[in-house]
Design a binder for this molecule. Structure first.
Ligand code: HEC
Length: 462
């Protein structure tokens, strides 16, 4: 009798503490089970914030404020509900129902609902016995102990004029002997200001380059064509030819851990002399002058990169033309396409859609010769800030003769809050200028020549 009473008592607690309700999230009704009725931060919310937000929302990181304590979160609770429900945070522009990638940032519907209901109930802290410690993050490297650290030759001064800065910068290095590299990790000096980085490795064959330190340390934006920029930086071979370039040797976006591929895949040779050429580095606006002294952690390997990455791109500077030509009239929303047929069987590793401030939406897919449609990426709401290099969880194989289709829409109206011109003006490619006030449409594909079994090779998911 006593036990039965206890059982009923426990059962009542379970029943009364769980709501099995239909809730509207992103305009779709979802049945949500096991949502406790009485929510508190320590028990139900802190873990979500710590695992899904704290990597960027902590001191010195890119997020504009910390979310490492109850107080931090309480203070921003209304905005947090708003940005998590709209999908603005955590930032991940790609549609996860279309294709999936390593390291996706997202909240589940249940997590969104927990946050919303918690705030609606008054955002209580809960019992201190259930308090979880905020996470700690490694400083210096997210991957371990590097074999080599390459520092900026001097700090870059970010001018305090409240403007974005796009800079092309060279960082020279010299090592005693040629080495295979597994991964190069970029570590921002000024985490608040560095928004993204895309870097080449430029290496010189024996005798091709005497002085690594001649020329400019950096050039602002792409005002001229790439060869002019390379001349100003003095990174061409001494005979004026282009040196060996390894594209996307290092990339950075806040919150992203650089992918480390299985042995023998994607590594490259670092010659004795070379540069890491940041092809661009984007600094966010600041009201007063600030400095950035970033560095690179290099991880060597003895295993030769048996399978090297290839890279091609559609659109601006690429293998395929944009149709119609990329000219966007003022006060218009206009769509452009580009397509390219692959000549061999390939295994796609990473893709990177690229547009500037007028970008509105982007989709890429492939059609195989036998008519199969392979979804690559869909971004309904382009966000210039978050241009990830999207790595597939498993390589996406495209048989020879498959055609990749890209369709991109630009919004050159004054309703686009990022429009650099008011009133809107004609905007186009402007002789290949990479200035953010000009537009670009690119789809960059990093791939391997296909090998049997690639479709099952897991590239990782952290
Ligand atoms: C990858 C880094 C990153 C992650 C992860 C991230 N944020 Fe942010 N968050 C930012 C940055 C950067 C901004 C500044 C806004 C901008 O420029 O896009 C921001 C802005 C915000 C804002 C202010 C929005 C506004 O309109 O003022 C809120 C609130 C916020 N984030 C909450 C969250 C929450 C909650 C999570 C986890 C669910 C989260 N963020 C995860 C980087 C991140």
């Amino acid at each position: 009798m006593f036990y039965r009473a206890i059982n009923i008592f426990i059962l009542t607690i379970i029943l009364s503490s769980c709501g099995n309700v239909e809730e509207k999230i992103n305009n779709k009704n979802i049945a949500v089970v096991d949502i406790p009725k009485e929510l508190n931060f320590n028990e139900h919310i802190s873990e979500i914030i710590y695992t899904k937000c704290a990597s960027c929302h902590r001191p010195g990181e890119s997020g504009p404020f910390s979310l490492l304590s109850y107080k931090d979160v309480y203070r921003r609770k209304k905005t947090i509900v708003k940005v998590t429900h709209s999908g603005y945070m955590p930032p991940w522009p790609a549609d996860r129902n279309y294709s999936s990638f390593v390291g996706e940032l997202y909240l589940t519907d249940k997590e969104k609902l927990l946050i919303k209901n918690w705030v609606a109930q008054g955002a209580k802290e809960g019992p201190s016995t259930l308090k979880k410690s905020p996470p700690t993050f490694p400083s210096g490297s997210q991957l371990g102990k590097p074999d080599l650290v390459i520092k900026f030759p001097k700090a870059y001064k970010i001018e305090g004029n409240n403007k974005d800065h796009y800079v092309i910068m060279k960082v020279p290095y010299e090592i005693p002997e040629d080495k295979y590299v597994k991964v190069i990790e970029y570590v921002p000096g000024n985490r608040k200001r560095v928004h993204h980085v895309n870097g080449y490795l430029v290496v010189y064959n024996e005798g091709k380059k005497k002085n690594l330190n001649a020329g400019a340390f950096y050039v602002n934006n792409y005002e001229t064509n790439p060869k002019e920029v390379w001349k100003k930086l003095d990174v061409l071979n001494d005979d004026g030819s282009f040196p060996v370039r390894i594209p996307s040797a290092t990339n950075y976006l806040p919150g992203v851990i650089p992918p480390v591929y299985p042995d023998g895949i994607g590594g490259f040779m670092m010659k004795k002399k070379g540069h890491i050429l940041l092809n661009d580095i984007h600094y966010g606006p600041t009201p007063k002058d600030e400095l950035d002294a970033s560095y690179f952690n290099v991880f060597f390997t003895d295993i030769a990169p048996e399978r090297k990455f290839g890279e091609f791109q559609l659109g601006t500077y690429g293998l395929s033309k944009i149709e119609p030509a990329l000219m966007i009239p003022p006060d218009s929303i206009k769509t452009f396409t580009s397509k390219y047929t692959v000549q061999n069987d390939i295994s796609i590793v990473t893709i990177n859609p690229h547009m500037h401030l007028l970008g509105k939406s982007f989709i890429a897919y492939a059609l195989t010769p036998d008519g199969q449609n392979i979804p690559l990426i869909k971004i309904d709401k382009w966000d210039f800030r978050w241009q990830y290099f999207y790595t597939f969880k498993k390589m996406q194989v495209l048989p020879k003769g498959s055609t990749i289709y890209v369709k991109a829409t630009f919004d050159n109206t004054k309703n686009n809050p990022h429009n650099p011109f008011n009133p809107p003006r004609w905007v186009g490619e402007n002789e290949g200028s990479m200035s953010t006030k000009d537009e670009m449409l690119q789809f960059i594909v990093t791939y391997l020549d296909y090998k049997i079994g690639d479709e099952n090779l897991v590239l990782g998911d952290k």
